[in-house]
Design a protein around this ligand. Sequence first.
Ligand code: PLP
Length: 394
Amino acid sequence: MSLPAAVVRRIERLRTEHDAPLCAYVYDLPALERHIQAMRQALPANCELFYAAKANPEAAVLKTLAPWVDGFEAASGGELSWLYEQCPDQPLIFGGPGKLDRELDIALQYGVSAFHVESVTELRSLARIARERGTQAPVMLRLNLKLAQAPQSRLVMGGKPTPFGLDEEGLAHALQLLRDEPSLKLQGLHFHLLSHQLDVDAHLELIRSYILTFRQLCAEHDLHLSVLNVGGGMGINYQDVTQSFDWGRFCEGLNGLIDKYRMGATRIRFEIGRFISAACGYYVMQVLDIKSSHGEFFAIGRGGTHHFRTPAAQGHDHPFTVMRGTQPAQIIDASVTLVGQLCTPKDVLATQQPVEQLAIGDLLVFTLAGAYAWNISHQHFLMHEPPLKVFTED
Ligand SMILES: Cc1ncc(COP(=O)(O)O)c(C=O)c1O
């Protein structure tokens, strides 16, 4: 994959500015802005686009997206506080399993636009805390119902037993509680059943079943709901980015569904992560060493999977481009495994990949590194609080 000229220039500048071998994330913010603008433009008028900040909560990324999105989705108390700090004027929606009472309370104080309630226990806690505060909490029920067609992708979070959302029994309890509890206001229903979706037709089918379920539940329970959250999950094809989810064609199909099922008066809300920010990020590693081991080449780069966990998390060979330095090539037209500096054989970013030329000092530029990359690399995933560290002394 060829690199945009502006990214190459920025990396070249970094190379000259730094004496030490380079290791960096580089983000192409104008490209991110063009991408989100185009996504926004294609969306039907009654649709809302939220950014799932778990994909990449860098302040500059959030600020670039802020003018083009309807708000941000937080999936932990840490993310929520960070988003509130960075973009205090943006609507925030709060999801994720295992919310703490303290986090629910803070979210009420921040005035979040919606709580995505994952269980009856959580709904009870929210009711109690809202009552104590003398306020009303806006609720979206996250559902994990049996659908006519089971959702299919590499990462499925519903339509089968999972820790997420409410099943039929949980929904009945939740609706009863909502009827009896004035401190809760049911706004709508929430579905997020999968990630890594590359198939537009399959995704439209899934959205069609969300719409049918939404309509059926509204009719059965006499609910007047204004919002249907259909989650995120649009996929990136890391091996061939041109085969990634076709957003334009999806939006055309979505328009058809909205017309067919007369959903124009309902706000259809997306909370998308990967598909928004993956393409704007690059992880750059300078080659520190090249060696041959038992007949195979290895290039050791500055950094590794502790900075860039995406290839390990996905179990794939991450796409990359070589930016040559000034040294004569040590490898010519051969395959090489790209590894980091960690002393584990699992610190691999790509295995036996063909390169035309490679030398110590060259830069390995991993593309599609803007989502679930640095922030899932062990220390920062979801910005949850760290564990306590306790040392016995006798
Ligand atoms: C509830 C929920 N919403 C949205 C997302 C964003 O998904 P993606 O990055 O695949 O768009 C996730 C990802 O795990 C999620 O769990």
